[in-house]
Design a protein. Structure first.
Length: 280
């Protein structure tokens, strides 16, 4: 695929994407995934190939870090305002390396108008070190707006309810449900993008059942991936990164894609994308 154009979304469509970039640091050699200049160049080329209009990202230290892989001539960066406690603990299993801030946000193609709304801080459930969500309304020219939320939920509770991390994760679940229901009652279609740290497609998953309850009617949700399995890492067949669409946005879905790496993995997650009709 050719690199991103500088024009408006093509042929009456808009492409939304999500990518957890795994400890993206501002400086070379920093954080739990220390990288070289060549690594950042390769990541920017990967983003160019993704050719998305709106990209929800996770695990980014700062706006400056984001701009190392999302070309600032093409994309505007919106990143969560959360400061956190600035605890710099040791990276798990990597002695001598210390963790940098992990923030969520968006890279938005400069030709795509949008409004930034207040960060979704309720999903932190009172813990300053849990990630907030970045909340935008995308207003594509020639089409209907779509509200988008970039999230990165608590890790360690990918299934079941008994792991130590599940207590915090299950505090986040009803907060997410409240956000979904509020948006479903409004007049704008919506999508939630990012790292949910949950295998939502497992049969009988209680989290997905709570969110996808069809009440209000537009809370009849869909996963852009449908029943497609993940192929980023052969060890993991279930996605934990998702693009969740409300009933209105799911009717505009044209195509889903998982962009796997051609060589060495640039992150422990691959980017996913969904192409939607503008919904005019």
């Amino acid at each position: 695929m050719d690199g991103p154009s500088n024009g408006d979304p093509d042929a009456g469509t808009i492409t939304l994407a999500a990518w957890n970039v795994e400890h993206l640091a501002e400086a070379d050699g920093s954080g739990c995934r220390p990288r070289t200049e060549a690594d950042y160049v390769e990541m920017r080329e990967y983003v160019d190939g993704l050719d998305a209009d709106v990209i929800a990202f996770q695990e980014v230290e700062s706006k400056a870090a984001a701009e190392r892989i999302f070309d600032p001539a093409i994309y505007t960066i919106e990143i969560e305002d959360r400061v956190g406690t600035n605890r710099r603990g040791e990276c798990r299993g990597r002695e001598g390396l210390t963790i940098n801030a992990q923030r969520t946000g968006f890279a938005i193609r400069k030709t795509v108008p949008y409004d930034r709304l207040p960060d979704f801080t309720a999903v932190q459930v009172g813990n300053p070190d849990l990630r907030s969500g970045v909340d935008l309304i995308i207003r594509p020219r020639g089409g209907e707006p779509i509200r988008v939320l970039s999230v990165h939920l608590k890790s360690g509770c990918s299934s079941g309810e008994s792991n130590d991390a599940c207590g915090a994760f299950f505090q986040q679940v009803p907060v997410m449900e409240s956000w979904i229901d509020s948006r479903a009652s409004e007049g704008v279609r919506f999508a939630i993008l990012g790292d949910f740290n949950r295998r939502l497609t497992m049969p009988g998953d209680v989290v997905w059942a709570e969110w996808d309850d069809g009440s209000p009617a537009n809370a009849d949700l869909a996963l852009a991936a449908g029943d497609q399995s993940a192929t980023c890492n052969p060890r993991y067949r279930d996605f934990i990164d998702f693009i969740v669409l409300d009933r209105r946005a799911s009717g505009d879905l044209l195509e889903f894609d998982e962009r796997v790496f051609e060589g060495v993995g640039l992150s422990d997650h691959c980017a996913i994308s969904a192409r939607l009709a503008l919904g005019a």
